[in-house]
Design a binder for this molecule. Structure first.
Ligand code: GLU
Length: 640
């Protein structure tokens, strides 16, 4: 346990969970949210910490030798554990968890969305990334989120519109992952989800998180009538403790089970998706363009994850996470590089000195993120420059140890440290280069207006889950439909929500993250596998829009720099800051540190929670510790 870390340990958390949850179906599921009975809500479920000096709340923690599942929902974890018990490996298990999550948390992820998947294959001793980010349809245009006056369409109208729907990737990723790394047929992995969705199957009880999300979205027109009928049948919003039945979703999963994923990407479901995106959009006054051809063209990308080492006071780690089109890998790598030489362990973990340096590093990294990053299939991103030692040293020197400065919010010039010439960053740059007589289209990052990204005010909510098996295979998967309930559009008769991921593009064209046909919007998603001495050490990831990056970075620092165990590292209060003077600090960040931060020029607001991490740590003896964040009542489990 690191200095000043919370007092809770895993045995305490198990005891507390017994008190908080009066019924449990399976004893191996440990956690504050494990199996809620009707009307039962765990104490302290949504509010994270009291002010400092109060014992931290408990994460769900499980330990086992033969395998592990950590997800945000006990029935999804249970579906995964069943796969392990039936001889499936970690990849099969992750796929079953994803399908189950589609049913028990239909507002967070599913076959209508996309995500990023990291697989460590023990046989190959290699980490592979399966990028299942949604793509813009061929008919998408850079100005499609502008109105007739050239102004950005208000966010609510953008995100509930068919134009926001990207071509989904989750189902394709499931299929590819199992074919490449798994050993259980997809139809078997769909079975728990079918039973969870079907009437008369496994009972799913609406939990506090889903009930709150329904209440927040049901009355403002965010949900289409089909979705309203599922989540507010007869006009009555489902509440915590009510049963959730999704007959259409069960039928869709059966169709995929019986006819294969072709039914989704080019068959009858594809036709319904295309018709819905165009038709639902028409009813919302403008048209989405997605066609069956767009769905048929979709494929995942298999890539190698980013690589960054961090030599901490407690552990030297190698961090492997996703490359573009998520910003997560590069931004986390840059944050760690900026912070490494501060030797943060010399300070109290909850001191001004640590929080201030974190905040300033976040701001430096986000200034570059929002200026330079986009889908690397479409734009030349200076990722080597961003991580170049000289560049990082120069950026670190901008940080004033005592005072918040606006200088940390200005982008630097990583292209000056990037090997080779820049070829282009966007159509606007090509035009500018032609105008300047520069045939290569090169431009210098300096002198451009810092870009804002409209996603900041609208952090969506996704889900992270992670699995491991007895052979040492490990999966770390972050999956999303962007906002809660995605676009709010449910495919009639099919029972699943469509994402609104294309709102992660900049609404105003001209930058590296502008909309282009078949392009993937910039993400912050950061499923991560950390190795130590070449072997898997831990997995981690989180929902939370931009703040995913802050959540993952702080957990990594808590382990590698401050020597916390993974339970404490996840429980530790977090801070979040990116583009202005604003800083969000979780309850639990001490009052005196908040006062010092405000005095130094930061503008700190206290918030209940930032992120929701799930993690698996590999112990030295090869056994696993699974942790699910208390912030959303997750669940960790293993074979009995
Ligand atoms: N759309 C977000 C992203 O890709 C993920 C959703 C969330 O905010 O959790 O960054």
């Amino acid at each position: 346990m690191g200095q000043d870390s919370p007092e809770a340990d895993s045995s305490d958390s198990a005891d507390e969970s017994t008190e908080r949850v009066r019924t449990t179906k399976r004893t191996f599921l440990q956690g504050t949210g494990a199996t809620l009975g009707a009307g039962m809500v765990p104490v302290g479920a949504s509010s994270a910490f009291e002010r400092s000096n109060v014992a931290s709340p408990s994460n769900a923690v499980a330990e086992a030798a033969d395998g592990m599942v950590s997800s945000v929902h006990p029935q999804a974890t249970e579906a995964g554990v069943e796969v392990l018990e039936n001889g499936g490996n970690a990849i099969d298990t992750a796929v079953a968890v994803q399908f189950a999550l589609n049913v028990v948390q239909p507002h967070s992820s599913g076959i209508g969305g996309g995500g990023f998947t990291l697989v460590y294959s023990a046989a190959e001793d290699e980490i592979t990334a399966i990028d299942n980010r949604e793509r813009a349809p061929l008919g998408a245009q850079p100005d499609m989120f502008l109105d007739n006056q050239g102004e950005e369409v208000p966010f609510f109208d953008r995100h509930t519109n068919g134009k926001a729907v990207g071509v989904p990737g989750t189902l394709k990723a499931a299929d590819v992952a199992v074919k490449r790394f798994g050993r259980t047929p997809l139809d078997e992995l769909l079975q728990p989800a079918i039973e969870l969705a079907a009437p008369g199957g496994r009972t799913v009880t609406v939990d506090e998180f889903l009930a709150g999300s329904i209440a927040d979205n049901v009355d403002d027109g965010a949900l289409t009538p089909t979705a309203r009928e599922v989540f507010a049948p007869g006009g009555d919003p489902l509440e915590a403790g009510d049963e959730l039945v999704q007959s259409d979703l069960a039928d869709t999963l059966r169709t995929i089970r019986d006819d294969g994923i072709g039914s989704f990407y080019k068959g009858e479901i594809a036709e319904d998706i295309a018709e819905t995106v165009q038709g639902a959009a028409r009813s919302r006054k403008t048209g989405g363009s997605m066609t069956v051809d767009d769905l048929g063209r979709y494929n995942v990308a298999i890539t190698r994850p980013t690589y960054e080492t961090y030599d901490g006071d407690a552990h030297e780690i190698t961090v492997r996470t996703m490359r573009s089109p998520t910003s997560g890998g590069y931004v986390i790598a840059q944050i760690l590089a900026l912070l490494e030489s501060f030797d943060l362990a010399q300070y109290d973990r909850r001191s001004f000195d640590v929080y201030h340096r974190l905040i300033e590093a976040f701001q430096l990294a986000f200034a570059d993120r929002n200026e330079y990053l986009g889908d690397e299939e479409f734009v030349d991103i200076p990722w080597q420059g961003l991580l170049d030692d000289e560049y990082v040293d120069a950026r670190r020197r901008i940080i004033d140890p005592e005072t918040a400065t606006s200088a940390t919010r200005e982008p630097g010039d990583p292209f000056a440290h990037q090997p080779g010439g820049q070829y282009y960053t966007s159509p606007r740059d090509i035009e500018q280069a032609k105008h300047d007589g520069n045939a290569s289209g090169a431009r210098n990052g300096k002198g451009n207006e810092p870009r804002t990204n409209s996603a900041v005010a609208h952090p969506g909510q996704t889900t992270h889950f992670t699995t491991a098996d007895a052979e040492g295979n490990v999966v770390s998967w972050t999956s999303t439909i962007e906002q809660l309930f995605g676009s709010g559009i449910m495919v009639p008769g099919r029972g699943f929500m469509l994402n609104n991921e294309l709102t992660d593009f900049d609404a105003t064209p001209g930058g590296p993250n502008e909309v282009q046909p078949e392009k993937r919007p910039l993400s912050s998603t950061s499923p991560t596998i950390v190795t130590r001495d070449g072997d898997p050490f831990l997995t981690v990831g989180s929902p939370g829009g931009w703040s995913i990056i802050h959540t993952v970075s702080q957990i990594l620092l808590n382990v590698a720099e401050f020597g916390m165990d993974i339970d404490d590292a996840i429980a530790e209060p977090r801070v979040y800051s990116a583009t202005g003077t604003w800083v969000d600090a979780e309850n639990g960040v001490p009052d005196d540190a908040v006062d010092e931060l405000n005095a130094a020029g930061h503008d700190v607001s206290t918030v209940d929670s930032i992120g929701n991490a799930q993690s698996i740590l590999v112990k030295e003896d090869g056994g696993y510790v699974g942790v699910a964040d208390h912030r959303r009542n997750g669940s960790a489990g293993s074979p009995s």
